[in-house]
Design a protein around this ligand. Structure first.
Ligand SMILES: *Cc1c(COP(=O)(O)O)cnc(C)c1O
Length: 355
């Protein structure tokens, strides 16, 4: 434990927060009033429904889960990742994922004492099928995690390549669809055809990050086994009631997602116009871009009151990379203006140093 470090979340008070893929929008006043009326009836003195049956029924419809599939809920999908890894953890087992990718797969594996195998994506962050299949054949992973779209790169891997991984995998394959509302693609309808496929979703990126609710769908017998790892009452009453309410008002969330998809295109075009930046196309609600002096740019943006994610200095494939979450039009304009300012200041400095 002394060699490990706790997951760090920077203080963002007073800043424009574009670092954590949150939805920037609130709810209309009448929707908040209706939600509060619903909350008034909640019995906080009672334990929540341990199986969250009403919420699961709502989620089955809202997320178009195939009839007959099992459903497991987590306190965020992070908890589901932890449950899956705890369920398979045993000497000699390993977890495999693609890199650069979502860091929790590795962090939770290490904390559970399970070997972690990171397979490199190619230089455009596409899935390298030959390399991945070779690693699967060699390491025989108990679980493969595939974030689709991927975080922090934002792209969707080739669906046919994922099918081939499913065919070759000796164990479970989790397709993590945290950004589903921004991508519109899903493996959910394929669940009945793949008994070892698990599809993971979360309500976090669609506008409910504060609730902490994730969902795992898959073969009923498999979900039944995974459920044994779950702590009782892991989904609290306020989350159960609120998530149901929000999903009943799904049109509001979908409209917000549509606005963010349009803003994503606008921010991408603005970034792509900068000759010295490279922006990577995204199917999520964030954009990864490479810039000279990324850490300095990140610091200058912070000075200007804008918090984005600095990935420079971590994995070498992410050298000079920054990740910005798509926000409201105003937030995105503030980010783009501050980025222009930082790049210009750096140019002037370089010219000053040259003369
Ligand atoms: C954000 C994210 C998650 C975690 O979601 P929570 O439900 O908030 O725990 C899982 N997977 C990926 C790929 C993510 O980007």
């Amino acid at each position: 434990m002394r060699a490990a470090s706790a997951y760090h979340v920077p203080d963002a008070s007073g800043m424009i927060k574009l670092d954590a893929m949150e939805n920037p929008f609130g709810w209309p006043a009448e929707m908040i009033a209706a939600w509060q009326a619903r909350l008034r009836e909640v019995e906080l003195n009672r334990y929540p429904d341990p199986h969250a049956r009403e919420l699961v029924a709502t989620l089955r419809t809202a997320m178009e889960i195939p009839a007959g599939a099992g459903v497991l809920l987590g306190n965020g999908s992070d908890e589901l990742i932890q449950m899956i890894i705890m369920a398979v953890a045993a000497p000699g087992r390993c977890v495999l994922s693609l890199e650069p990718g979502f860091v929790m797969y590795r962090i939770i594996s290490e904390l559970c004492g399970v070997d972690y195998v990171g397979v490199a994506l190619d230089e455009n962050f596409a899935l390298d099928l030959d390399v991945t299949l070779a690693a699967i054949a060699e390491r025989q992973p108990a679980v493969i995690f595939i974030a689709w779209p991927n975080n922090p790169t934002g792209n969707l891997f080739d669906a046919e390549a994922i099918e081939q991984i499913l065919a070759a995998a000796p164990g479970l394959v989790v397709v993590d669809e945290a950004y589903h509302v921004f991508a519109g693609r899903t493996f959910m309808p394929r669940l009945p055809y793949h008994p070892r496929l698990l599809v993971m979703r979360t309500v976090s990126k669609m506008g409910l990050a504060g609730l902490r609710l994730g969902l795992l769908a898959g073969d009923e017998a498999l979900i039944h086994e995974l459920d044994k790892v779950r702590l009782p009452y892991n989904i609290n009453v306020l989350t159960q009631v609120t998530a149901r309410f929000a999903l009943e008002h799904g049109a509001v969330l979908e409209e917000q997602a549509a606005t963010l998809r349009a803003e994503r295109a606008r921010v991408f075009d603005a970034l792509a116009r900068h000759p010295e930046l490279k922006a990577f196309p995204s199917d999520a609600n964030f954009i990864l871009f490479r810039t000279p002096a990324a850490t300095a740019i990140h610091g200058a943006l912070k000075e200007a009151g804008i918090l984005i994610k600095n990935l420079d200095g971590g994995a070498s494939a992410l050298r000079d990379c920054l990740r910005v979450t798509v926000g409201t039009r105003e937030e995105n304009d503030a980010f783009l203006a501050a980025l222009d300012g930082a790049l210009l200041a750096m140019h002037n400095e370089q010219e000053g140093a040259g003369t």
